[in-house]
Design a protein around this ligand. Structure first.
Ligand code: ANZ
Ligand code: ZN
Length: 822
């Protein structure tokens, strides 16, 4: 029996599409706005490992959706490119001496071939690569715009330092205290860095999530990352401040820098329970507060803390450590002198780097107080009484032990105490974000050079726009200097340049941009990839943006999306783009796991290579199988049996297509099934429930396969609805039907609700011949299903009262008679 000859047919149609530029799209002004769609994939990093079976999962989903939209009469922009700067190419260069450009371009070549082998309907004329100077010219341009806005600044910051990659890492590149790339334990190091002021956009990045059609879980991840907390900053005068008269009394208001410790708290209502304070080890007041007796212990502790990552330090489960400074502060609400400690669970980078500790109501403080025998005073109560606490009571409640504030509920107390503090100049309401400014520089070679020049006379001077791109120079060695400078710092002739402002001697910035930079705006370059006067023409931006559907892996759910949204908002504020959000609808695909549900990994030897799959089963089978595995968003294990099943389905379709074709009217049952199938496949494709759409096509094909002849009236629409899913096979079947290529632009079939309707009949359920219940069911419901229905009908169950039927008689489309012993 003949099978779908996929090798021949798939390469034939891929060549056709490529040769005819079938999927090239332009900005046809005649197409109205509401008929334009931008469907975007997260572009891949062209790793040396080649394409992973996880890549085509999202790509297939967007491809099906794009093809579906085209057949529905939409003008669809569906591009692909490569995120080609990054560490692996550089690490490979260090090992082998191969220029990162050479290895990257070889990888791109391979990725492109692999992607094309899957028959995706990309407009390849728009392909971009982020390492291409014509591309990164505009990444540099955007950076300069950001810099001009005062949103980029230099700072010496303790950064995450990978002692193996010898480079700074962004927080997000550190996982469980280890370098995300190489796994080495991350240390802290003070380095001069460029930071981008993403925190200036925190509020908008948070608020605008409400506009987006993203899953709630994804929005929650973004919200948590931004981490907005409302609370108060409160000043605690230093006890020594009063002794030497520097700070003044608690109620006179005191010098914020000198005489007080400023804390951030989300629970100002617990002020009366603050029995001690804790500073981050790096806090500038530590030195001043430390008494000579405590100096050695404090020094030793500070040294220890420097070795830990923020993540280790704030781990809730970790044993609390700390040292008393010997100094005291005064609790402004009750004038009590309380000791000041340092501990690494307080981060210098959050709030003010200092806290008031309320052990009765904060679990970390509770553990710390128990360990170091510090007083625990309950100030919030369930019912207004006080009682012994086994752990911190973190819930809201009623104030106790709080002087004139006793009896207030937590929210009332918060309002009153903030007003009380504000009146006395002791504090104010504040909002804090977990979001930190983005450490934007890398001490690496294979990235976009930051286009700035340092001049003794003029300070930091931008490379003039007409000199962009600032090309990445050739280097002898890719190995980072390890001093915190990039390999670029070693190229004397490149580093030493003249100042663009005064012509005097200048030094180029030698840091490069992080890999995230290029992916912050690539979706704009697809709109106008050859433009050399702008990152994209405004007319093209207006034509296509925003992205209607964006699909990619969940590993990018936080950072890539946050960074891209940030840049887009900056560009929006500059008037470069037309919307303040880039991606309207976003779907994170699930992971494709190895057989048995474990992660695919080289070490487990369970990695499936897409090339092998295509060779054995074909691209259409690969596409359909990945969509049939389950809902797009969930993770699911690969199954060789599963793909073989899909292959058999495609073979069956092929075989059916070889039956004699007839223009006769098909049986009405099949016409009904056809309309139901069009309805289901159309609706499910629109909502990306691609697995259930395929299931419906399978039902249809099974029925059509039972006929001796092939009804054109059934097959023609079926080939069309199949084509987004199995485009190669569909093109061939379309040609066999006498259609002209390409099926990709044929109108999508419409269903007739009337014809799709199930005929409903009333079934009669009898017990020992007596009618006991009735139920409406679709005509043609099969006997087994009818019997199950009757036996599970509540009225029948009640009558049977557990008795087992002796016999069940089913008359299809009419009745079920259940015979029981009486
Ligand atoms: C007193 C207090 C009492 C607190 C209480 C909590 C409960 P979020 O919600 O994450 O913003 N905190 C403030 N700055 C800190 C820092 N730099 N490092 C570690 N912890 C810090 O957390 C705010 C709370 O975390 C603040 O409110 C402070 O403890 C602590 F019953 O102040 B709280
Ligand atoms: Zn100068």
């Amino acid at each position: 029996m003949s099978k779908y000859p996929f090798t021949r047919i798939e390469s034939k149609w891929q060549a056709y599409w490529e040769g005819h530029k079938t999927f090239r799209v332009d900005e046809d002004p005649a197409v109205p706005q509401e008929k334009r769609r931008y469907v975007l994939d997260m572009f891949p990093y062209p790793s040396s490992a080649g394409l992973h079976v996880g890549h085509p999962e999202g790509y297939t989903a967007t491809d099906i959706y794009s093809r579906y939209l085209r057949m529905k009469g939409y003008h669809v922009l569906h591009p692909m490119g490569f995120d080609s700067f990054g560490l692996p190419a550089e690490n490979y260069a260090i090992k082998t001496g191969t220029h990162p450009r050479v290895s990257t371009e070889a990888n791109i070549e391979r990725f492109r071939t692999q992607i094309k082998a899957l028959g995706f309907s990309y407009d390849w004329d728009r392909e971009i690569s982020t390492h291409d100077p014509d591309y990164y010219k505009w990444t540099q341009w955007i950076f300069l715009k950001i810099w001009e806005q005062g949103l980029a600044y230099e700072a010496i910051v303790p950064i995450n330092w990978c002692p193996s990659c010898l480079t700074g890492l962004a927080n997000e590149e550190v996982r469980d205290g280890a370098c995300d790339r190489c796994g080495a334990a991350v240390e802290r190091k003070d380095v001069r860095q460029w930071l981008l002021r993403i925190t200036a956009y925190a509020e908008r990045l948070l608020a605008d999530l409400d506009k987006l059609d993203w899953s709630e879980s994804l929005k929650l991840m973004q919200r948590n990352w931004i981490g907005r907390s409302i609370g108060a900053n409160v000043h605690f005068p230093l006890a020594d401040g009063r002794a030497d008269g520097e700070g003044g009394g608690a109620d006179t208001g005191s010098d914020a820098n000198n005489g007080t410790i400023e804390v951030f708290t989300t629970r100002p209502d617990t002020l009366f329970g603050a029995t001690y304070m804790v500073l981050a080890p790096e806090h500038p007041l530590v030195e001043r507060l430390t008494t000579p007796e405590q100096a050695e212990a404090v020094q030793e502790y500070i040294r220890e803390a420097r070795r830990k990552s923020d993540l280790e330090r704030t781990d809730l489960a970790k044993d609390k450590t700390g040292v008393f400074t010997g100094g005291y502060a005064v609790n402004p609400v009750n004038e009590q002198k309380i000791p000041v400690w340092i501990s690494d669970y307080i981060l210098i980078s959050y709030g003010t780097g200092a806290i008031m500790a309320v052990p009765a109501h904060d679990q970390r403080d509770f553990e710390f107080a128990v360990k170091f025998d510090l007083p625990i005073v309950q100030v919030v109560s369930r019912d207004g009484s006080t009682y012994p606490l086994q752990a911190a009571e973190v819930e809201d409640g009623i104030a106790v032990n709080s002087g004139a504030f006793d009896g207030l509920t937590t929210p009332e107390f918060k309002k009153k105490i903030v007003a009380w503090l504000e009146e006395r100049g002791l504090g104010r309401e504040t909002v804090n974000y977990k979001l930190r400014d983005w450490v934007f520089s890398r001490q690496r070679y294979w990235g976009e050079p930051i286009p700035l020049v340092h001049c003794e006379a003029c300070g930091t001077v931008p490379v003039p726009y007409d000199q962009l791109p600032l090309l990445l120079p050739e280097v002898e060695s890719y190995t980072p200097t390890g001093t915190g400078e990039s390999p670029l710092a070693a190229i004397h002739d490149w580093v030493h340049t003249s100042c663009p402002a005064c012509g005097g001697p200048g030094r180029r910035e030698t840091n490069t941009m992080p890999q995230w930079a290029g992916s912050c705006w690539y979706f704009l370059r697809y709109l106008d990839p050859d433009n050399d006067r702008a990152l994209a023409g405004r007319d093209k931006i207006d034509y296509w943006m925003p992205v209607d559907l964006y699909v990619g892996g969940a590993e990018h759910a936080v950072l890539h999306l946050l960074y891209a949204r940030f840049w887009h908002k900056v560009l929006f504020d500059l008037g470069v783009v037309n919307t303040d959000e880039p991606f309207m609808r976003l779907v994170n695909q699930g992971m494709i796991l190895g057989e048995g549900g474990v992660k695919m990994s080289k070490s487990l030897g369970n990695v499936i290579n897409p090339d092998d799959v295509i060779r054995e089963y074909g691209a259409d089978a690969m596409r359909m199988y990945e969509m049939f595995m389950g809902p797009l968003e969930v993770s699911k294990p690969w199954s060789t049996q599963g793909i073989a099943g899909i292959k058999r389905f495609l073979d069956r379709v092929w075989r059916i297509s070889e039956s004699p074709l007839t223009d006769e009217e098909p049986p009405s049952e099949l016409v009904k099934l056809l309309h139901q199938t069009i309805r289901k496949v159309s609706q499910d494709t629109g909502t990306l429930q691609l697995n259930t759409a395929i299931a419906q096509m399978m039902i249809f094909v099974t029925e059509v396969g039972r006929q001796e002849v092939l009804f054109r009236a059934l097959w023609d629409p079926f080939v069309r609805i199949l084509s987004p899913y199995a485009p190669h096979l569909a093109e061939e079947l379309w040609a066999k039907l006498g259609g002209k290529p390409s099926v990709s632009f044929q109108p999508y079939p419409e269903w007739d609700e009337e014809l799709a309707r199930e005929q409903v009949l009333t079934m009669v359920y009898q017990v020992n011949g007596k009618v006991r219940a009735k139920e409406d069911l679709p005509a043609g419901t099969d006997s087994g299903e009818l019997e199950r229905r009757a036996l599970s009908h509540p009225r029948i169950l009640e009558l049977l009262a557990g008795a087992k039927p002796v016999k069940v008689v089913v008359v299809p489309d009419k009745l079920v008679n259940i015979v029981v012993r009486t």
